[in-house]
Ligand binder design. Structure first.
Ligand code: NAD
Length: 342
């Protein structure tokens, strides 16, 4: 009989996986998996995520499948949650066999979303940022920020970070963690405004959470050759970049139908030209074409990134013996005898 118990990965299991492998190697493994899956983009059955909006935030379901595997993620975004002692973003998800529907993995995805978002940011920046980028501004120093900072430090050669958050306690926490996790190879500078943080930056990562049409980056803050990794504008009515910033740049997105509604792109007319990242990764579009060009990765988070992450977690957890079988499904001698379980 087929094994019917999916593997369950708790937050503690994913944390143990990262500790055992090291954060840099885990992020590198994720970048590799993401790259593989983005390159075979046409093989996936894709749709924009299904979003349930409320006055305080959003809950989203993100399905995707190739011929072999299906995955989905449940994720929320509630910028006011921190005041209630809850994270802004919480998530879990599943991976299943397409030919039987059998779930293979149920996993936490809160920690994993931070890992996959940082890995996706690096994947995009490798193709779009100037290769000599060494200084990054990091605006919004919340839950995602350590992952972004360390991914760009370890995998992109960023040696100076310029930090800004409206809440100084968030920046203090980030500085404290980076001192312990990154060591002396990473210089950290605390700035008094987003504009100050962007001075001298090659890459600008915005990871703010505010449920309104905010403008964190204005066109006058841009310098030639900058790459913007904008991850916080990811929902209708929630933005970070002024429309003039997008006008001044070549804009790259994950899945255009979703980003038109959710990204900073929501502020632009429907015919504003963008390029999907997979086209760059698969060699169909050149990506950055000049050193002084401004590039924007208008990231909202797409289901493929969670598919790759679940696929990666499943393989690595099995190799390391992490996780527990979860008694989620009935185990019957006769599969039609459901009533017999009672
Ligand atoms: P968080 O609530 O933990 O942190 C957000 C930080 O932004 C807070 O410290 C807050 O003080 C700061 N902030 C708010 N307004 C600001 C402003 N005007 N200037 C500077 N700082 C400001 O949230 P998080 O989990 O770190 O997520 C950050 C954002 O990234 C959220 O909007 C989230 O929805 C988004 N996100 C996107 C993806 C993606 O794939 N694109 C993935 C995960 C999270």
């Amino acid at each position: 009989m087929k094994r019917t118990h999916p593997l369950f990965l708790s937050v503690a299991d994913v944390a143990a996986l990262v500790r055992q492998q090291g954060l840099a190697d885990t992020l590198a493994g994720l970048v590799h998996c993401l790259d593989d899956d983005f390159r075979r983009w046409p093989e996936f059955d894709k749709c924009p995520r299904v979003a349930s909006h409320s006055p305080t935030g959003v809950i989203e379901l993100m399905p995707i499948a190739d011929a072999r595997l299906h995955s989905f993620k449940f994720v929320n975004g509630h910028p006011g949650n921190v005041r209630l002692g809850l994270p802004t973003v919480m998530a879990f998800g599943a991976l299943a066999e397409v030919n039987t529907g059998l779930p293979l993995l149920i996993s936490e995805l809160t920690l994993s979303t931070a890992l996959r978002t940082a890995a996706t940011s690096v994947l995009a920046a490798r193709a779009l940022a100037r290769p000599d980028s060494r200084v990054m501004a990091l605006i919004g120093n919340g839950a995602q920020s350590e992952f972004q900072a360390l991914a760009f430090h370890h995998l992109m050669g960023i040696h100076t970070l310029r930090l800004y958050d409206v809440d100084p306690s968030a920046t203090q926490r980030l500085v404290h963690h980076l001192e312990r996790a990154a060591g002396p190879g990473l210089r950290v500078q605390v700035c008094a405004s987003a504009a100050e943080a962007m001075q001298g930056a090659d890459i600008v990562t915005t990871a703010t959470a505010d449920k309104r049409l905010a403008t964190i980056v204005h066109a006058h803050m841009l310098a030639p050759g900058m790459h913007l990794n904008a991850i916080g504008g990811d929902c209708p009515g929630k933005t970070e970049l002024a429309p003039q910033v997008l006008q001044a740049a070549q804009v790259f997105v994950e899945f255009e139908p979703q980003t038109r509604v959710e990204g900073d792109l929501q502020q632009m007319p429907p015919d504003f030209a963008v390029v999907e990242l997979w086209r760059v990764l698969s060699g169909q579009h050149p990506g950055r074409e000049q050193a002084d060009q401004i590039t924007v990765f208008d990231s909202v988070g797409f289901a493929l990134e969670d598919f790759s992450t679940l696929r990666y977690l499943h393989g690595r957890a099995q190799a390391l013996g992490l996780g527990q079988p979860l008694a989620l499904l009935p185990h019957q001698r006769d599969p039609r005898d459901l009533f017999g379980l009672l």
